[in-house]
Design a protein around this ligand. Structure first.
Ligand SMILES: [Zn+2]
Length: 190
């Protein structure tokens, strides 16, 4: 069931939250703690999977919050030195590497094969990121691949659906991960 926290086996509260577009710079420690200790503590779309559906304006997202995750996060934040956001700094190589490693671990969503040029976009972005690691200082930023209009259209439709099928949800999670990488690449040019 989607409203049960898989780690703590507790019923989660459904909360409507503002969608945050773009990249949020979390500290690496926070990302790690969130992933392992309190995945459903309810901020942002870290990992992509928390975005369930949005209103037509695409401004709000339905987020599930587990009470145990929430209190564990508060506890984590009370430890000296633990912070959520990085010092306004730009994403660094390690962030992009970590996102890319996560992408490599994630299997390509079956649904993605049915979407026009999604296979192509996926491989272009992966190829670009590979090159980025090899030739960081010589990379041509004007060539970062973008999802095409068909992909955006489909993503918009899915985000507005009330109930998502498992394959649709997997596809959106995967797309969000690609978006994190794409934004990170753009940001590294700042
Ligand atoms: Zn939990």
């Amino acid at each position: 069931m989607k409203n049960i926290c898989k780690i703590h086996n507790m019923v989660m509260e459904e909360v409507e939250m503002e969608t945050r577009w773009g990249l949020i710079k979390f500290t690496q420690e926070y990302r790690k703690a969130k992933e392992e200790i309190f995945p459903n503590s309810g901020d942002s779309k870290l990992g992509g999977c928390m975005l369930d559906r949005k209103t037509p304006e695409n401004k709000k997202a339905l987020v599930y919050i587990c009470p145990k995750c929430k209190s564990l996060k508060e506890e984590w934040l009370r430890q000296p030195g633990n912070r959520i956001h990085s010092h306004g700094g730009y994403l660094n190589m390690d962030d992009i590497k970590r996102l890319y490693a996560q992408l490599r671990k994630t299997s390509f969503p079956a649904y993605g094969k049915r979407v026009g040029d999604f296979v192509l976009y996926d491989s272009l972005l992966a190829g670009y990121t590979d090159r980025f690691f090899q030739e960081e200082f010589f990379i041509d930023y004007s060539n970062i691949p973008d999802p095409d209009r068909n992909i955006w259209q489909l993503v918009g439709q899915l985000r507005n659906k009330k109930e998502l099928q498992t394959d649709e949800r997997e596809f959106l999670c995967y797309f969000d991960l690609l978006e994190e990488i794409r934004c990170a690449l753009h940001e590294s040019n700042n």
